[in-house]
Design a protein around this ligand. Structure first.
Ligand code: PLP
Length: 642
């Protein structure tokens, strides 16, 4: 008889009344997905890339590629950018604001070619097209070549002479460059190079506000931030401009309170303080004209609409109204002309466009099966004790039963180590122990006080879904900053998920897992997923809103590198309603080896040499091995599809 024939298992079964609404509510799809995601009658996840009725079944996109794959929805990028511009246009109309609004995209958020092409093409040049914000020389180089027409190029970040020289040359050619001074020391380069080129672009100044942000990026703001000029430096800067006869050049005031600001009150506070700066500079005789409110506009990753830092307690439309209203109020008090407003919202524009699809490769479950022989009266004493704890739930309270079970398990392990317990008995002890834990956990009631220790059984009891991806590569902010991302299966949403799961990646690092899911608790360590069927269809899980920062912050830990990518855009003329271009250009092993300073040719050579030390090696075997070695070097870094 095989082990399988001798086991009785404990399988949870789903309820018959499960509906798609239940799935939408469990995974929070309507809350975080807003108009961008829904579920069809077959239980498949749909994306609405332009937040309208046009939909794509995400699973259908996978036919020409294999997971892990990052899907970029170009229409979502454009939709978010248009939405932001519409929100400001409406706020300007409502508040009867006399200035205009310009949206600038910060390249640091996502400098990838496909993203920038989607964002910077197809704008009506007369309709205040999207401007560029750059924070480094490489970003400036990209912006200069993509730049057309009236778009601004806002030059932030630490600048050396070369950066400043290039910006001044570009401005001299006619590109609307604004050099934003972040440190007094930049002024010397600006003065020197402007003399060389007999030209000075428009200048801006970034101020250090006392108002500081909240959340994980708060340190980019406040008086201790490394960016911007403090009040005394602003005074010196103004004096310098005056003595150099450059008063006319100062056109912009800039501040940035940090990314993902969850609380609208933080934004209001900063706006009031920055507007006071603006009005003071204007009253001092600088022409000004532009107020750049930086980034910070958040994404409601968890859909909770709170000021938790993966969320936001305001909408994009409310943000635009508050920006316009607060600037207007302060300008009105000081009788200063209302400035044109620039915002550098990157996350809100780019975040929602990218969707990562990962595939479950296998599942590791706690074994709660029992070998039949171990339930009888003749079973060893330790087994009978555990069985008694399991079979008498009413006798002691849950915490006591858990402690008793732990004690019995510890005793069993001690006996095993001394050689008094065989493997079969140890297996039965483990299974009974997990059964007791499952039984206890199954009786917990959220509405009643329950010791934390019992809730946290969750994590030990759940199944590990091993998915073919790397957290470090695809969602580094989750690993580094505990940022929550929305996670949802792509299929079977019409079926009740019954397995308490943790998604773990394929890196050999215990941090390589998704450790916090959307849910009611502050930390939700598990997610309900579907029971995996032996030899069943692939089970895909999607991670939404990965389009901001993740592409550039990624790390190749364990040498897992870029995944496949797919570009998707709506096309009403095509039969499917969309077009998809697959770039199955995930990094190859040779790409990552190069980053680790190994050329693949050199490695193959070394490999051959290492075989030379084996005597009497069969030539065919040797050639075959070298060929396979070379093939693997050309392969992708992820697991091959099943
Ligand atoms: N502007 C500046 C100066 C920044 O440093 C950043 C990012 O931190 C941004 C804009 C983009 O911010 P967000 O992605 O929150 O819109």
């Amino acid at each position: 008889m095989s082990i399988d024939d001798r086991t009785e298992s404990l399988e949870p079964s789903g309820s018959q009344s499960w509906s798609i609404d239940d799935a939408e509510s469990l995974y929070g799809i309507k809350r975080w997905g807003q108009k961008l995601f829904s579920v069809d009658a077959d239980g498949s996840l749909l994306v609405h890339p332009a937040a309208d009725d046009r939909t794509i079944r995400i699973r259908d996109l996978l036919s020409g590629t294999h997971a892990p794959v990052l899907i970029r929805f170009h229409d979502t990028l454009k939709h978010q950018a248009h939405r932001l511009k519409r929100a400001f246009a409406k706020a300007i109309r409502t508040e009867k604001y006399s200035g205009s609004y310009y949206a600038a995209f910060p390249l640091k958020v996502n400098p990838y070619k496909e993203v920038l092409n989607a964002l910077f093409s197809n704008w009506d040049e007369d309709d205040h097209p999207m401007s560029f914000e750059v924070g480094s020389k490489p970003e400036l180089l990209i912006a200069l070549s993509l730049h057309r027409g009236k778009r601004f190029i806002l030059c932030n970040g630490f600048k050396d002479r070369g950066y400043i020289d290039l910006a001044i040359r570009a401005s001299k050619l006619g590109k609307p460059v604004i050099l934003i001074v972040e440190r007094m020391s930049e002024m010397q380069y600006i003065l020197d190079q402007s003399k060389v080129h007999e030209h000075l672009p428009m200048l801006g100044v970034r101020v250090k506000l006392y108002s500081y942000g909240e959340g994980k990026w708060a340190s980019s703001s406040g008086e201790n931030s490394k960016f911007g000029l403090n009040t005394m430096e602003v005074m010196k800067f103004c004096e310098l401009l005056k003595t150099e006869g450059l008063t006319e050049q100062l056109r912009l005031l800039h501040f940035h309170t940090g990314s993902q600001i969850p609380d609208i009150r933080t934004i209001k506070r900063a706006l009031v303080e920055a507007s006071q700066f603006y009005c003071q500079l204007s009253s001092m005789g600088f022409p000004m004209g532009y107020m750049d409110v930086g980034g910070g506009l958040a994404i409601d990753y968890d859909g909770s609409r709170t000021r938790e830092w993966s969320s936001m307690n305001y909408t994009m439309e409310q943000y635009a109204r508050d920006v316009v209203f607060n600037i207007k109020e302060i300008c009105f008090t000081h009788k200063v002309a209302e400035p044109n407003i620039i915002s550098e919202s990157g996350r809100a524009i780019a975040g929602p466009h990218a969707f990562l699809v990962i595939e479950t490769m296998s599942v590791v479950a706690k074994s709660s099966e029992l070998l039949h022989g171990f339930v009888s009266h003749s079973a060893p004493r330790i087994i009978r004790d555990l069985r008694e704890i399991l079979d008498n739930p009413g006798r002691y309270n849950r915490l006591e039963r858990l402690y008793d079970a732990r004690q019995k398990r510890d005793e069993a392990f001690a006996l095993f180590n001394l050689g008094y317990l065989d493997l079969e008995t140890r297996a039965a002890v483990e299974s009974l122990f997990w059964r007791i834990c499952m039984e206890i956990h199954g009786t917990l009631d959220e509405s009643k006080f329950t010791p934390e220790e019992l809730w946290t059984l969750d994590r030990s009891l759940c199944e590990q879904f091993i998915c073919n991806f790397s957290v470090f590569q695809s969602i580094p902010d989750h690993w580094a900053l505990d940022q929550r991302f929305p996670i949802v299966p792509l299929q079977r949403l019409d079926e009740e998920p019954t397995v308490n799961a943790r998604i773990v990646d394929i890196t050999c690092d215990s941090d390589g897992e998704i450790h916090d899911y959307l849910g009611e608790l502050e930390h939700n360590q598990t997610l309900l997923l579907h029971k995996q069927k032996e030899g069943g269809d692939p089970y895909y899980v999607g991670v939404a809103f990965t389009g901001a920062y993740q592409d550039v912050l990624n790390t190749s830990h364990n040498l897992f590198d870029r995944t496949n990518e797919m570009q998707v855009w709506l096309d009403d003329e095509s039969e499917t309603g969309y077009q998809a271009v697959v770039n199955n250009d995930a990094s190859s092993v040779s790409d990552v080896l190069r980053n680790a300073q190994f050329e693949s040719g050199e490695l193959v050579e070394l490999m051959r040499k290492s075989l030379d030390s084996y005597e009497n090696l069969d030539d065919a075997l040797r050639a075959d091995f070298v060929e396979e070695y070379s093939r693997q070097i050309r392969n992708t870094t992820y697991l091959e599809p099943r």
